[in-house]
Design a protein around this ligand. Structure first.
Ligand SMILES: [Zn+2]
Length: 326
């Protein structure tokens, strides 16, 4: 039986069940907390308990597994996620990689092939591979997929190095990739170009945030290449309203792409972009549906009403997420 690593250890891919392919438990900068979080907006125990409540609620709605692509740059800290995973039944699958829109961290800047410390290969590949094979920072928790980014600035040298390091790690370990993309510059095509060049198995690539686009030519080009389309920001109407996201999924399904789409909200139990209650409620007023429950309670009924079959919904929620790890 093929297995996939979760925070609590390996499970059979057959047991993943309905899966949301891009959610965050915590987006939280260590530097932010250490300098500005004390006694104010951050209470570790309270936040862990709150995360358990939110994930239990999601589990009760029928979702068994989430993929959490929180990596360096978004504040990955596995011991905190472990505390949550111990107290909820939902499976949490974590990632390795790097979240940057442009430059890579200085910690990698001078080390690598042709750099000040001239190494035979990029140390990012060694770090990512270690997270997948040996576990993350002594926790024993193994990453099961890779995360990288192509944003509005396109393939800057740092972005390209990150993509190539993820591609090399994918080739070495077989771990699939999720790439955050922006739609204004059709960044999915830029990612595709690098991954093709690197010999990546494109059926193991999620083009994250593809669902921010309603351009059917762009989306079918990515799907025809074999990639999975991340229809993964439900509730973030500022990027694309729910009705349009739904319409695009229905249209793509009619064109035969139901097995190339996966679903999520890109929501979090806590995100320190909105640290205090005032910031949180201000954003909540603008984006009231940006939470873990929107797909189960609103989006799936809309998709059914628009004629999508249970079989097609199962492909997006169960079969395709499972295939990603097999
Ligand atoms: Zn995200």
């Amino acid at each position: 039986m093929p297995t996939v690593q979760t925070v609590r250890g390996p499970i059979d891919t057959a047991d993943m069940g309905p899966t949301l392919m891009h959610e965050h438990v915590f987006v939280l900068s260590t530097e932010h907390v250490q300098n500005y979080g004390e006694g104010d907006w951050w209470d570790e125990d309270e936040r862990v308990a709150d995360a358990v409540t939110k994930l239990d609620e999601l589990k009760a709605l029928g979702i068994d597994t989430i993929l959490d692509p929180t990596v360096w740059g978004l504040g990955r800290y596995i011991p905190r996620v472990q505390r949550v995973a111990e107290q909820t039944d939902i499976n949490i699958i974590v990632a390795t990689g790097l979240y940057t829109y442009d430059e890579i961290p200085h910690q990698y800047e001078h080390r690598g092939p042709g750099l000040l410390l001239d190494l035979p290969r990029d140390p990012m590949i060694d770090d990512f591979t270690h997270d997948i094979r040996d576990g993350i920072a002594g926790t024993g928790v193994k990453a099961a997929f890779l995360k990288c980014v192509v944003e509005a600035k396109g393939l800057t040298p740092g972005v390209e190095r990150n993509l190539r390091a993820c591609a090399a790690t994918h080739r070495e370990t077989g771990a699939p990739i999720t790439v955050h993309t922006s739609v204004g510059n059709q960044a999915g095509k830029l990612a595709l170009q690098v991954f093709r060049d690197e010999g990546v198995d494109l059926t193991k690539v999620v083009i994250g945030h593809a669902g921010d686009s309603n351009d059917l030519d762009y989306l079918s080009e990515l799907a025809d290449a074999g990639c999975l389309l991340g229809m993964d920001r439900f509730g973030l109407d500022i990027y694309n309203p729910t009705a349009d996201r739904v319409g695009t999924i229905v249209e793509l399904a009619q064109r035969g792409y139901a097995d190339r789409m996966v679903l999520a909200h890109d929501a979090s139990c806590f995100i320190d972009y909105f640290p205090d209650p005032a910031a949180r409620s201000a954003f909540q007023q603008v984006q009231p549906n940006w939470n873990f429950t929107h797909i189960s309670t609103d989006v799936l009924p809309m998709l059914r009403e628009r004629g999508m079959t249970e079989e097609q919904l199962r492909q997006m929620l169960v079969d395709t997420p499972r295939r990603y790890f097999e």
